[in-house]
Design a protein around this ligand. Structure first.
Ligand code: UDP
Length: 392
């Protein structure tokens, strides 16, 4: 009886909760809280931070009945965290990777896998992978992988099994003191290592714009477009060699493949061999673009993703994602809508290839620590572009 009363009480409090907090208000609260939380390096918010959160929520909810006090914001964050915990347990028990609860991914950023993953980044050696004894494809053995932590054993299920990471040359240039910023290459290597330890297979297509972009040089010193593009393709090879070294410096085996023959540093491209490398837990770096002038490494990424049956292209750039012409950030948008707005995340050829072959694309900022590993494991960072443009 007492239990029943408690349950009724809970239901009533959920109802009350819903009445008091509109979706706009919850969204504003989570945005404001997450922003502060990240600014504080995932530390606890103090009085003045809560005051700012409450101000931000009230500001975004102007015109709605109630303003939100610090106390209300704190209580709401607590109740959202509790609700998230229930949802996570349900997902773990049912083996589900998606949630119908609309706030799941936002709250996940605060209490979910993100902090755990960043811990892994700082101390990769604390994580032990125990693959099963079975030889053969990673796709078959992944469900049997268990991740052991020193403290407690937790199985984290990344969303993707195989991804194609497109790293543009500009992104590698970082603060541009030199063409390549080693902070960025190391960051990429460490975060790819963390994702791979969770079982994600990672293929990389690297650009070369930080060194040379063919189109910009046509006419200079008598260069025609094709010759300029050949130099551009060689530039991508320089980045490929640098990235390979960075991966190896953090203990990842990496192979370079190219359609632009350079046998001293790279294997010739072979999709079958590339897949074998991935299955054996190696990163494959594709340099040399498509091997043809007049193309870009975005197009190479789209083609390789289809050949390798990668589930998504993750484009690491030095921007946060796609903004529309009114400076609104687009979190999730369809290929069609993006094209209609005259916007893009990859070059036009690459985009239409991805749309035709139903390969989603996520554009995100590489220089934000944690973003690469989040993207690789399936957290939403930046802008997601796919067929529907609708959250599922
Ligand atoms: N490139 C090419 N064919 C390809 C890929 C690249 O000719 O299939 C040349 C082209 O000149 C391009 C340069 O390589 O400007 C660097 O590639 P990209 O511009 O795609 O690099 P990113 O912008 O990703 O740094």
């Amino acid at each position: 009886m007492q239990q029943q009363q408690q349950q009724h009480g809970q239901v009533d409090s959920f109802k009350k909760d819903r009445e008091e907090w509109s979706d706009t208000a919850i969204c504003a609260l989570l945005d404001a809280y997450t922003e502060k939380f990240l600014q504080l390096n995932k530390g606890n918010l103090r009085g003045k931070h809560w005051q700012e959160v409450s101000n931000m929520v009230s500001m975004r909810c102007q015109g709605q009945k109630s303003m939100k006090t610090i106390e209300q914001c704190k209580n709401k964050v607590d109740s959202l965290k509790k609700r998230h915990k229930v949802e996570r347990t349900r997902m773990e028990n049912t083996g589900s990777t998606t949630s119908q609860w609309p706030w799941f991914s936002k709250v996940e950023q605060i209490v979910g896998s993100a902090p755990k993953l960043s811990v892994l980044l700082e101390d990769d050696t604390s994580m032990v992978i125990k693959p099963d004894k079975q030889k053969g494809a990673m796709r078959q053995r992944r469900p049997n992988c268990s991740l052991g932590f020193h403290t407690k054993t937790k199985i984290l299920q990344p969303r993707w099994q195989r991804v194609l990471l497109k790293v543009s040359g500009d992104a590698l240039a970082g603060d541009r003191v030199q063409n390549v910023d080693q902070k960025i290459t190391l960051l990429v290597a460490k975060e790819v290592a963390s994702a791979m330890r969770l079982g994600v297979e990672v293929a990389v297509v690297v650009g070369g714009g930080n060194f040379f972009r063919g189109a910009n040089w046509v006419g200079t010193s008598g260069l025609d477009r094709a010759s300029a593009d050949h130099i551009g393709m060689m530039a991508t090879m320089m980045n490929a060699v640098i990235l390979q070294a960075s991966f190896e410096s953090v203990g990842i085996k990496a192979r370079i493949q190219t359609s632009y023959t350079m046998t001293q540093v790279a294997e010739p491209f072979s999709s079958k061999k590339a897949i074998r490398h991935l299955e054996k837990g190696r990163v494959v770096i594709f340099g040399g673009g498509t091997g043809n002038p007049y193309f870009t490494t975005d197009t190479a990424a789209a083609i390789r993703a289809a050949e390798l049956k990668a589930e998504i292209i993750l484009k690491a750039a030095n921007i946060d994602g796609v903004f529309d012409c009114d400076s609104n950030f687009l979190e999730h948008v369809s290929f069609r809508e993006l094209a209609m707005k005259g916007l893009s995340a990859l070059d036009a050829e690459a985009m239409s290839h991805c749309e035709r072959h139903n390969i989603p694309v996520m554009l995100f900022n590489i220089s934000e620590p944690g973003n690469v590993v989040k993207a690789l494991t399936g957290e939403r960072v930046g802008t997601l572009i796919d067929q529907t443009g609708k959250f599922v």
